[in-house]
Structure formats: C-alpha cells, structure tokens
Design a protein around this ligand. Structure first.
Ligand SMILES: NC(=O)c1ccc[n+]([C@@H]2O[C@H](COP(=O)([O-])OP(=O)(O)OC[C@H]3O[C@@H](n4cnc5c(N)ncnc54)[C@H](OP(=O)(O)O)[C@@H]3O)[C@@H](O)[C@H]2O)c1
Length: 271
C-alpha cells in the first residue's frame, strides 16, 4: 500500500475536514504527520489533537507535502493570504471546496503548482463516503497515490479526466445523500397517507432505506436492477408501485431533472 505523505496541513476541520482527519488517523496516518489549522475546533477535533498529539494551529508551518483545503468556499478569499505561503511548487494542494476551479485556486495561491480538485460527500464521516477528483497536469504519480490514500481512508475514490465532470459529480454523489434522505421522508409521508401512525411510518421508512443500502453493499456484485427484480413478483404489490414510479415523468425523469438542476447550479456557482 502507498506510503502516506510525510506532512499534511489541513486547513478547516469542520464537518468534512474533521471527518477526513478522523478517518486518516483511524486508517494509520501518524499523528505527527498532520497539522490542523482551525480557528474554532470542535470538541472532537480538540480532544483528538490533545489525545493523539496532532498539532492544532501551530504557530509556524513550512510548505507540507499536501495542503488540504476544507474551508467553506466563501471563506477562501479570507483564508488565501494566510495559507498562500504554505503552497510552493513541491506542495500538492488538495481542495474539496465546492465550485472553486483549479484556475481559481491557483490565482489565490500564486506559488502553487500541483492542484487536485475533489468532491467528497458526507458519508465520509463514517468512512463510507465516495469521492471523485480531477488533477491538474502538474500532479505527479506520487501525488496521485497520496490523493488516493487520503480519500480511500474515508470511502471509495475515482479519478476524473475532465474538470467539468466535477459539476456532474456534485449533482450525483455530492448532493446524493440529501436525495436519499428526501426519499426516506417521502416514504414516511406516504406511509402516513396510508393511515399508519407517524412514528411507525418513519421507523419503517428509515429501516427500509438503511437495510436496502446495506444489502446493496453486501451484494456488491449484483446490479441494483437485479436486486429490484428479486423483490418484485410479476403482477404483485411491488410491481404495482414500480409501475407508477417508472411511468413517464416518474422517478427516472424526476431524478434526471433534479441532477440536471444541481449540475446547472454548480456550473453557475463555479469561480
Ligand atoms: N459537507 C458536504 O457535504 C461537502 C461535500 C463536498 C465538499 N464539501 C466542501 O467542504 C468544504 C467544507 O465544508 P464543511 O461542510 O465541512 O464546512 P464547515 O463545517 O463550515 O467547515 C469549514 C471549517 O473551516 C474553518 N475555517 C474558516 N476559516 C478558516 C481559516 N482561515 N483557517 C482555517 N480554518 C478556517 C471554519 O471555521 P468557522 O466555523 O469559524 O468559520 C470551519 O470549522 C466546503 O468548501 C464544501 O464545499 C462539503
């Protein structure tokens, strides 16, 4: 397995940056290899730093092997002057900032060369995220392996060959957890409309989504279409529901329109 980078500086340890830091340490990154810059560390991050010896807001830092940017996109302008000295020609800048293009990042970090732009998603917090990333031409083979190492520690990982594809990834896996939560809410609301009590309705909906996700994970060799067919007897009750879901304007069309709207918004926000 690829070596970890020797030195990583994580800028911003909020929901996503914090989840990644926890995942890296759990996956075997040495605490001494990590420094975190975070003005308002959560209790989890503060106690992790204290118990494991991760440097939290060190007074001085030299350019590391990997500078991970995980602040809010709108904080980039304010953060850039502070972090620009940490990115030199040897540093891999690894950004998870939604909407910030490689050109945009390079404009704010003038000495930076290699930049990876990645889009993770929130299940990374439990080591079950999925991330896709695009690398600028300066990113070398070792830096690619480091990127894979850092994201595989918190879930699945895929390289993209076109930076624009990040907008589509944002629309699918970036926002996808919210779509699945919305599906759960819709299933619970449908249960109530059928006369079931609210608590039972939500419990059935949650359990169904959780269990189906886990089943899909365990049966990773079986396409979802087969899993669906396996629980759909011809002419039965599930078939009656799927006929509605798969009708014109049904789930497939709705999902395609939702994803297209998200991608259009991502492209609009890019800068
Ligand atoms: N959450 C997601 O689903 C998701 C998915 C993909 C990508 N992303 C990207 O991940 C990034 C972080 O999102 P998040 O949800 O983790 O946001 P978040 O919880 O707000 O985390 C950002 C953290 O950065 C800190 N920060 C602000 N200025 C800083 C500075 N100058 N130096 C160091 N740290 C600074 C913030 O502190 P304060 O609270 O004091 O401002 C905050 O703790 C965003 O760019 C987002 O686009 C998020």
């Amino acid at each position: 397995m690829t070596q970890w980078p020797t030195r990583i500086v994580l800028v911003g340890a909020g929901k996503m940056g914090g989840a990644m830091a926890v995942g890296w340490l759990q996956a075997g990154l040495k605490a001494s290899a990590l420094a975190i810059l975070e003005p308002n560390p959560s209790e989890e991050i503060a106690s992790l730093a204290a118990s494991r010896g991760v440097a939290l807001n060190p007074a001085k830092s030299a350019p590391p092997d990997v500078l991970v940017l995980a602040v809010k996109p709108q904080s980039l302008d304010a953060t850039a002057p502070q972090i620009a000295p940490l990115a030199d020609a040897r540093t891999l800048v690894l950004s998870i900032l939604a909407g910030k293009t490689i050109a945009n990042l390079k404009a704010r970090l003038p000495r930076a060369g290699a930049v990876v732009r990645a889009m993770p998603n929130t299940p990374a917090a439990i080591g079950r995220g999925v991330t896709a990333a695009f690398a600028s031409p300066e990113v070398n083979a070792e830096q690619r392996r480091w990127t894979e190492r850092l994201f595989v520690a918190v879930g699945g990982f895929h390289w993209l060959t076109d930076e624009h594809a990040i907008d589509a990834v944002t629309a699918i896996s970036g926002g996808g957890p919210a779509y699945v939560f919305a599906l759960t809410e819709a299933l619970a609301a449908a249960a109530e409309k059928l006369g079931l009590p609210p608590e039972l309705s939500m419990s059935l909906a949650r359990g169904t989504v959780e269990g189906s996700g886990e089943l899909m994970r365990r049966e990773s060799g079986t396409p979802p279409a087969i899993l669906r067919r396996n629980v759909t007897s011809p002419g039965g009750t599930t078939a009656a529901a799927l006929a509605v879901l798969q009708s014109e304007g049904g789930l497939d069309d709705l999902m395609a329109r939702a994803a297209a709207a998200a991608r259009a918004r991502a492209a609009e926000m890019a800068g």
